[in-house]
Design a protein around this ligand. Structure first.
Ligand code: SF4
Length: 286
């Protein structure tokens, strides 16, 4: 599922495009102290607050930040969260044992049931999905490891880093952002549950800007891995993204609109087409 070689091969086709359309220097994260990147206010926004445009009017951000409304239950959000946690747990646990030279088979035997700790008693209906995603992630990582052990004398260190922490404070974002996965070569991986949407690429731009502001090296490539399930079985598809000037500018414009809305106290209207998975449906449509 998160096969490293396959992910890097998918990204490779973006290199020619990036060479013919280089990123504007003013849109590199390390230029956070100048316009257009310098924010009008430092509100510690989450990348998902800026990038998740499911609510077109951004009333969800208003409700959370100004009204203190509590989100209600939402099946897509709960499943999405569990999927993230299952993948992250498999990567972090496997990485910990790989560096201590455990064999692939012993790692699998030791870790294969740890997915159970992710589920609360109200979430047993998702058990099949979580088990399946956790084990597939584990098997993919260990399959690559077994291959390396067979063909190389030295095992390379794990190069997938999950829940990678980055400080987006200079850009008016949270100081504790968490990137799903960062891959060798500065590739950002973001997992999405559900149907593809154009604005999904905004998350990659937000993380790329934050990583560049902190580490001062380019992060030009991203991969969105879509996960969808049907009766407990899941399917994945890859979408490679070049984090070009256009998507960076789009992210900054969205960030600035949210900052203006919040500091000018402009309450947004109810969206004309509220999506069925919105956790604030009961607040906006009592
Ligand atoms: S219910 Fe509609 S208006 Fe309210 S936050 Fe959700 S999508 Fe936005």
């Amino acid at each position: 599922m998160i096969n490293r070689r396959l992910m890097l091969r998918t990204i490779r086709r973006l290199y020619t495009w990036s060479r013919s359309d280089p990123v504007d220097e003013e849109l590199r994260g390390w230029n956070w102290d100048k316009p257009p990147l310098r924010p009008r206010a430092y509100l510690e926004l989450g990348v998902s607050e800026v990038a998740s445009k499911y609510c077109e009017t951004r009333r969800d951000v208003w409700l959370r930040r100004k009204v203190g409304a509590k989100p209600g239950p939402s099946e897509p959000l709960s499943k999405g969260r569990l999927i993230h946690e299952a993948i992250s747990l498999a990567i972090s646990e496997a990485s910990r044992l790989i560096v201590h030279d455990w064999t692939p088979w012993s790692i699998y035997e030791f870790l294969k049931d740890k997915w159970r700790r992710l589920l609360s008693s109200e979430q047993v209906e998702y058990a099949k999905l979580v088990e399946s995603i956790y084990k597939q992630t584990l098997l993919t990582i260990l399959g690559e490891l077994a291959y390396e052990d067979a063909v190389k004398s030295n095992r390379s260190q794990p190069v997938l880093i999950s829940e990678f922490r980055v400080d987006g404070g200079n850009l008016g974002l949270s100081q504790n952002l968490s990137v799903d996965v960062v891959l060798e070569g500065g590739v950002i991986v973001d997992f999405k549950y559900g149907a593809p949407r154009e604005f999904h690429k905004l998350s990659l731009a937000g993380y790329a800007l934050a990583l560049e502001s902190e580490f001062e090296v380019p992060y030009d490539y991203g991969l969105i891995i879509y996960i969808n399930d049907s009766n407990g079985r899941f399917k994945t598809s890859y979408k490679p993204i070049y984090v070009n000037s256009h998507v960076r500018r789009w992210f900054i414009e969205e960030r600035d609109e949210i900052i203006d809305m919040l500091i000018e106290n402009r309450e947004p209207p109810v969206d004309s087409q509220c999506y069925s998975g919105c956790p604030y449906l009961k607040v906006c449509h009592p």
